[in-house]
Design a protein around this ligand. Sequence first.
Ligand code: IPE
Ligand code: IPE
Ligand code: MG
Length: 222
Amino acid sequence: MKHIAFIMDGNGRWADKHGKTRQFGHEQGSSNVYDIFLSCIELDINTATFFAMSSENMDRPKEETEFISILLNNSIKKHLPDLLDNQVKFSVIGDISHLPENIKKTIEHAETVTSKFTNYKLNIAYNYGGQWDVINSVSVLLNKKLTISYENLSKHLSTGNDFPDLIVRTGGYKRLSNFMLWQAAYSELIFLDVLWPEFSKKDISNVIDNYKSIKRKFGKVD
Ligand code: IPE
Ligand code: IPE
Ligand code: MG
């Protein structure tokens, strides 16, 4: 497997279960991201995408969305030295235009200084929607007067042609919630009851074993 993606759901319910605030749940969830990314690398997966915030999540109370944007800022700053050591290309996918200048700067700096790396890729989907991604790509094609073809549309998505082989959703619900609608056409989907802050290294290796047992057919016959 080349590319794994995570829909990190369940921070709020995890916090509830432990009698803590939703913010505390997001803090725990956020601190799990880099550990899981390192586990992916250990398991020989070179690209991981983490869904941190959907377009629709932006309608949550301002304190919550602001808190999540600060967590994003802090965790990029914290892990940038390690991203550079491990030669990881870092990207945020989604519409970050509304973010405060300091956070945009943190993101753009991390993207720029890691842009030449090809070994590994870490994408964070923030204010990301699959519908936004497709509309965005089509707009680029129209502006550049390019043909609306499968190849061109795929190439101009926020992920480019790099589609996830596997999408794992924690938190018990079996839905995509507007994540990678185009890219997920042939992704394998694994839904787990475990809540994101408690998703562990053991869970990821179980998920990979499960993935390896699936026969992918892409519409063809054996
Ligand atoms: C996922 O956790 C993180 C985001 C969507 C930002 P939730 O905040 O959705 O957690 P639950 O679903 O309420 O448990
Ligand atoms: C999906 O979780 C988005 C992320 C994990 C970032 P939600 O909690 O927003 O999904 P719904 O509302 O239950 O579909
Ligand atoms: Mg949720």
